[in-house]
Design a protein around this ligand. Structure first.
Ligand SMILES: Cc1cc2nc3c(=O)[nH]c(=O)nc-3n(C[C@H](O)[C@H](O)[C@H](O)COP(=O)(O)OP(=O)(O)OC[C@H]3O[C@@H](n4cnc5c(N)ncnc54)[C@H](O)[C@@H]3O)c2cc1C
Length: 386
């Protein structure tokens, strides 16, 4: 067992860290104030990140991506957690793993342009009537002579406004769900309003409507009735990276600010960090962040060994998201009034953190998966010697 990072990994982390500190952090305040990221600024950070090889690092090198292992990718994603969602998307890309199921013509039309940053993609599963119950969707695609015709709607689609195409889940039979790559601009495809959120300012979350949208046969990802399964499987690593690792990164960033404040701020002629009740909050944050981090790394290592890490990732999702929630809550408390005041970013981190327990499967859904698997597999789920 070797828990150390090699020099290449340390350099990679340092590069991402510096890029975020120098290029992205200065933009965060403006996005928060105006509610959007300026297109020219987005283009500039995208180009700079690409020059440094920081775009689509999770994708295979032979297709133009960074070719990182799962563990190396996780190390970067942890750093991404130090900045805002929309900046991560524009600088580093959200090229989703389900796209790796592209075949033949699909590779040139959707996968490669996404890796090159020429086309942006969003994942669209959720509907107003189907969230946790992702298989309960109503959107459906009917076979025609030339392909499919798509009808239905989606909501809460992150990055919808910036996206050129969408991975859409749709029923193709009573119990069958397939996945389609749907280009923006197709007849009958309309984009609805931006659903304003409590946090993640700057990232648009859109409604999408499909009214007899004609789809070519080639838009089907994987096989009919199987694309959804393939996509859900591939989304496991997305959950580990974009929720687990980023939550750990965000919690670390907030914890650093909290420790610094507790070391400087004086009340009753003492540093507030010298009060035991404040110390307990600092200590619990440090303990929990470390526990979550090592679980994230372990799950990534399992993926790199070709092991099935579904249950570990469900555990990571719950632990990392809830750790982040507790850490930002303590940060607001330790910063006192300044934690609640918009003059500092602490209140923003608090708002941004809340969604981590909800998207990519709520804590309740993951807990239910873990409990069911514990009853099925017994000690194998929590004892490495079994
Ligand atoms: C900011 C944001 C970004 C998002 N981005 C995307 C995106 O890009 N693409 C996309 O497809 N979706 C996206 N979503 C949707 C997100 O994944 C869903 O909101 C999430 O899966 C929960 O679904 P729901 O909101 O319909 O809640 P519901 O499923 O209605 O759940 C409501 C409550 O009931 C509980 N519950 C439900 N079922 C059970 C059960 N079986 N056991 C115990 N408790 C249960 C839940 O845990 C929750 O507490 C986004 C949502 C938000 C808010």
């Amino acid at each position: 067992m070797d828990f150390s990072l090699n020099n290449e990994q340390k350099m990679m982390i340092d590069t991402v860290r510096r890029f975020i500190a120098e290029e992205l952090r200065p933009l965060e305040g403006g996005i928060e104030e105006h509610g959007f990221l300026d297109k020219a600024k987005a283009q500039a950070v995208h180009e700079k990140a690409k020059e440094l090889g920081l775009y689509a690092m999770n994708m295979p090198a032979e297709l133009g991506g960074g070719g990182l292992s799962n563990l190396d990718r996780i190390l970067c994603e942890e750093q991404f957690g130090h900045t805002s969602d929309i900046l991560i998307r524009r600088a580093f890309g959200n090229v989703y793993e389900p796209l790796l199921h592209c075949q033949g013509e699909q590779i040139e039309r959707w996968l490669k342009p996404a890796i090159e940053g020429m086309r942006t993609c969003a994942i669209t599963i959720t509907e107003s009537g189907a969230g946790s119950d992702a298989a309960g969707i109503k959107t459906h695609a009917k076979k025609t002579d030339s392909g499919w015709v798509l009808n239905g709607s989606k909501h809460f689609i992150s990055d919808g406004e910036w996206s050129d195409f969408f991975l859409v889940s749709a029923k193709t039979g009573e119990k069958e769900i397939s996945m389609f790559m749907v280009d923006k601009g197709l007849p009958g495809f309309t984009v609805g309003k931006d659903q304003k959120m409590m946090g993640l300012r700057g990232t648009p979350h859109l409604e999408l409507f499909f009214d007899n949208v004609p789809l070519e046969a080639v838009t089907l990802l994987g096989h009919e009735g199987q694309g959804f399964k393939l996509a859900m499987g591939a989304l496991n690593v997305v959950r580990l990276a974009q929720v687990g690792a980023r939550a750990v990164g965000k919690a670390s960033h907030v914890c650093e600010l909290m420790v610094a404040y507790a070391s400087e701020r004086k009340q009753f002629s003492q540093r507030i960090g010298d009060f035991q009740m404040v110390q307990q909050q600092l200590a619990d944050s440090v303990i929990e962040i470390n526990a979550a981090r090592w679980m994230v790394y372990h799950a990534a290592w399992m993926l790199d060994q070709g092991l099935d890490a579904r249950e570990q990732i469900a555990m990571v999702k719950v632990l990392a998201a809830e750790t982040l929630g507790r850490v930002v809550d303590r940060a607001v408390q330790i910063f006192g009034g300044m934690g609640f005041c918009k003059e500092l970013p602490i209140e923003r981190y608090y708002r941004d953190a809340r969604i981590y327990r909800i998207f990519d499967g709520t804590s309740e859904i993951h807990r239910s998966v873990i409990a069911k698997m514990a009853m099925k597999k017994g000690a194998a789920l929590f004892d490495v010697n079994r």
